[in-house]
Write a protein that binds this ligand. Structure first.
Ligand SMILES: Nc1ncnc2c1ncn2[C@@H]1O[C@H](COP(=O)(O)OP(=O)(O)O)[C@@H](O)[C@H]1O
Ligand SMILES: [Mg+2]
Length: 227
């Protein structure tokens, strides 16, 4: 359950509009994820789920509207400042784990902390332990399975104790057992840390474990019901 808190949302979109040329992908989407809350977003392919996550993650600025992280408006910041803020406040997990192939697993997990100016090897090792890869910190990503790579990506996303974790179909490329393990870890670790989670998923069992589920259709976000 979400914690009762007076803290600002971990993550917020206010009337976000996104256009690409003549196409309007998002028609004024508003959404707030509270600290400790897990929100799942579903919707047909091409409905703009990844676009919404990119905008909320500050990887792009919206055509119109505002994006806020833990009480700070970030869409108006310069790209570099926003990247710095992102490194310290958000964890991102995509369908395809973008690990740095020339760094060891332990180094990969340490990257966000270094970018944010708060390197913490101890926490990186602890997270590798938690995702079941503790003894393999010196290995390189190339020798891992897809599920193992995604577990490293998850550890990396949580390295700086982010206010929010954004996950775009994080289990989409995995087999069922691998997907379940990653999903379980994502929800457990994020909840332990009180991070808000915004999760794009087609997996109904995963969506059912969220506090709220939302549906993106025709550029609008609809509440599927609260549990
Ligand atoms: N950078 C971009 N430039 C132009 N069109 C884009 C861009 N990114 C996404 N789109 C378009 O926006 C729509 C939504 O894409 P996306 O957010 O990836 O959907 P989903 O993740 O729900 O499958 C698609 O029609 C896609 O082609
Ligand atoms: Mg997508």
């Amino acid at each position: 359950m979400p914690r009762v808190t007076s803290a600002p949302p971990a993550l917020e979109a206010r009337h976000v509009v996104q256009r690409y040329g003549a196409a309007t992908i998002l028609h004024g989407v508003s959404l707030a994820v509270a600290p400790g809350e897990v929100v799942a977003v579903s919707g047909p392919s091409g409905s703009g789920k990844s676009t919404l996550l990119h905008l909320l993650g500050g990887l792009d600025a919206p055509t119109e509207g505002e994006v806020w992280w833990a009480g700070e408006r970030v869409d108006t910041l310069g790209t570099q400042t926003r990247s710095q803020r992102r490194a310290g406040r958000l964890g991102l997990v995509f369908q395809h784990h973008y690990l740095l192939e020339d760094l060891t697993l332990l180094q990969n997990v340490q990257v966000p902390g270094m970018l944010a100016g708060v390197p913490d090897e101890g926490r990186a090792q602890l997270l590798l332990d938690r995702v079941g890869l503790g003894p393999r910190g010196g290995d390189f990503p190339g020798v891992l399975s897809g599920g193992e790579r995604q577990r490293v990506a998850l550890a990396r996303a949580l390295a700086v104790r982010p206010a929010a974790v954004l996950a775009d179909e994080p289990t989409g490329s995995l087999d069922r057992a691998g997907a379940e393990r990653v999903a379980e870890l994502l929800l457990t670790l994020a909840r332990e840390d009180g991070a808000g989670v915004l999760l794009v998923t087609h997996d109904e069992r995963l969506a059912a474990r969220a506090d709220r589920t939302l549906h993106l259709l025709d550029g609008q976000l609809e509440e599927d019901g609260t549990r």
